[in-house]
Design a protein around this ligand. Structure first.
Ligand code: S3P
Length: 169
C-alpha cells in the first residue's frame, strides 16, 4: 500500500485547503485529484461534465487512482467529492474523511469572497435540492469508506491540519 494521506469528503468542505496546510505542516507534497484530471485532459472539471458527462469523469478518476497507486507515495492527496468510489482507494493510503454538515459547508461557501466561482465550478453543487440529496446519500458512504473521520465544522483549516498531523505522526 502507498503511504499517502487521502482526504475525502463532500464538495467544498475544504479538502484542498486542508491538504495544502498539511503539506506545509509536514513538509510533504500535496496533490489534488481534480487538478491532476484537469491537467491530464487539459479541460476544466465543469467542461468535462458538460461535454462528456459524469460517467466519463468517473473513469478519469479511476485512471488517476491507478496512476497514484503506481507512482505516488508519502503525499497528501485531496480528492474530488466522488473520488472515494474508485476501486483501489485503500491501496492509495490512509483515508481521512473531513466531515461537516451540509449547512456548515454552504455557510462557509457563501461567506467566501469568491462564492459564485466556488459554486460555478462544481456542477453538482449548483442545484441545492440535488446537493442535499447527494449529501444524504454520500454521508454513510464516506463514513464506510474512511479509516478516520475528522470533524471540521467551525474549525480553522490550520486546526484541522494540526489534528491530522498528530494523527499520522
Ligand atoms: C464532485 C466533486 C468535485 C469534482 C466534481 C464531482 C462530486 O470536487 O470532483 O465536480 O462528485 O462530489 P470537490 O469535492 O473538490 O468540489
Amino acid at each position: 500500500m502507498a503511504d499517502n494521506i487521502i482526504l475525502i469528503g463532500f464538495m467544498a468542505v475544504g479538502k484542498g485547503r486542508t491538504a495544502r496546510a498539511l503539506a506545509r505542516a509536514t513538509g510533504r507534497f500535496a496533490v489534488d485529484t481534480d487538478d491532476l484530471i484537469e491537467s491530464m485532459v487539459k479541460m476544466k472539471v465543469r467542461k468535462i461534465f458538460a461535454r462528456h458527462g459524469e460517467e466519463h469523469f468517473r473513469a478519469l478518476e479511476q485512471r488517476t487512482a491507478d496512476w497514484l497507486e503506481q507512482h505516488v507515495s508519502a503525499t497528501i492527496v485531496s480528492t474530488g467529492g466522488g473520488f472515494f468510489m474508485v476501486n483501489n482507494l485503500h491501496r492509495l493510503g490512509r483515508v481521512i474523511y473531513l466531515h461537516s454538515s451540509l449547512e456548515g459547508i454552504l455557510a462557509a461557501v457563501r461567506r467566501h469572497p469568491n462564492a459564485a466561482k466556488k459554486i460555478a465550478k462544481r456542477p453538482l453543487l449548483r442545484d441545492m435540492d440535488r446537493a442535499r440529496h447527494l449529501y444524504d446519500r454520500r454521508l454513510p458512504l464516506y463514513r464506510g469508506a474512511c479509516d478516520t473521520e475528522v470533524d471540521v465544522e467551525g474549525r480553522t483549516i490550520d486546526e484541522v491540519a494540526a489534528e491530522i498531523r498528530d494523527l499520522i505522526s
